[in-house]
Write a protein that binds this ligand. Structure first.
Ligand SMILES: [Mn+2]
Length: 322
């Protein structure tokens, strides 16, 4: 059987109308791979729209090249839907779910336990990011990783590898990054754009949260929490919490970092681990998902019970990994 990359490339060449989507509350990989896919399809002369219920978060406003992300489904129905970086179809949000059940779907992902919900599925758990997969698709289609396309793929690569620090940084990842630099991307200005997007309020809110960090399980678990009250006091929101959970791993003996935040739908949690501790399994036990060292989900309980349940489950996971 033809490998998924080649099948998807052939399918794309033969199809005209696309809708590209990714998970709600999109991160750098989700957005980078979605914009990159839109760029590839534009270069091929195809008609494509991007859709995401959450729209483009403010901190990513700098990547928009005049292309809009629809937050409502378009009137014109696409021939096919490309779903990027979604560990399951529900992650794409509720609005698009009916179409995901009734139209051809190309599922390109790298999450553990992706149930292969697409008509065509290309799921590689070992690959750093969906952006890296989309970069390979561009190469397969003979499109160089230059200009905006290079930037989008680069954003995806650095976002999901923690600036090329995590174990998912493979030789192939760096070779793709090298190719993008060869094609002209300058890392200095790129990182300035990416990192200088904040406000004093956000900085101080993050400071408060770190100030109140707590340790559990003999210092092996570090926990930070974002309350609705804090968001209100500092005129910030859940989108301003991005990445702070990683800062907790700074503490020497901490094996797992937990971040919990109060949102409309419930308590959203993020887990980060060092080494072999599998936080994807912990998240999955609460209906969430992710990767071995980075996972998350949502709990429909109050803040205190959420913290207790998570600390308990993570303590168990740490013991099992010993
Ligand atoms: Mn990803």
């Amino acid at each position: 059987m033809m490998p998924p990359l080649k099948r998807i490339a052939e399918y794309i060449r033969a199809t005209d109308n696309f809708l590209i989507t990714t998970h709600v509350a999109p991160d750098g990989d989700a957005l980078g791979s979605m914009f990159a896919m839109a760029e590839i399809l534009a270069i091929l002369g195809k008609h494509a729209v991007m859709f995401n219920e959450s729209g483009l978060p403010d901190r990513f406003a700098w990547i928009g090249s005049g292309q809009t992300i629809l937050t409502e489904l378009p009137a014109a129905e696409p021939d096919v839907i490309i779903v990027l970086d979604c560990g399951d179809r529900e992650r794409a949000g509720t609005a698009i779910l009916p179409w995901l059940g009734s139209k051809p779907v190309i599922n390109i992902d790298h999450h553990l336990a992706n149930p292969l919900f697409g008509t065509l599925n290309w799921v590689e758990q070992r690959t750093s990011s969906v952006g890296e997969l989309v970069g390979r698709l561009a190469q397969e289609l003979g499109i160089p990783l230059v200009g905006m396309l290079g930037q989008y793929i680069y954003l995806a690569l650095i976002s999901d590898t923690g600036n090329f620090c995590f174990n998912n940084t493979r030789p192939e990842t760096l070779e793709m990054a090298a190719e993008i630099l060869r094609m002209g991307l300058l890392p200095g200005p790129f990182h300035e754009h990416r990192q200088s997007t904040g406000t004093l309020n956000q900085l101080q809110m993050r400071g408060t949260v770190l100030q109140e960090a707590r340790l559990y399980a003999d210092g092996r678990i570090g926990l930070i929490s974002f309350s609705r009250d804090l968001f209100e006091r500092t005129s910030t929101g859940p989108e301003d919490t991005e990445g702070l959970v990683n800062a907790v791993l700074y503490i020497q003996d901490v094996q797992v970092a937990i971040s919990v935040r109060e949102e409309e739908q419930g308590i959203k949690f993020s887990l980060r681990s060092k080494g072999s501790i599998n936080v994807q399994a912990v998240a999955a036990s609460f209906g969430g998902g992710g990767h071995r060292n980075a996972a998350g989900g949502i709990l429909d309980v109050d803040m205190e019970s959420a913290q207790n349940s998570l600390v308990q489950a993570v303590t168990k996971a740490i013991h099992e990994a010993l």
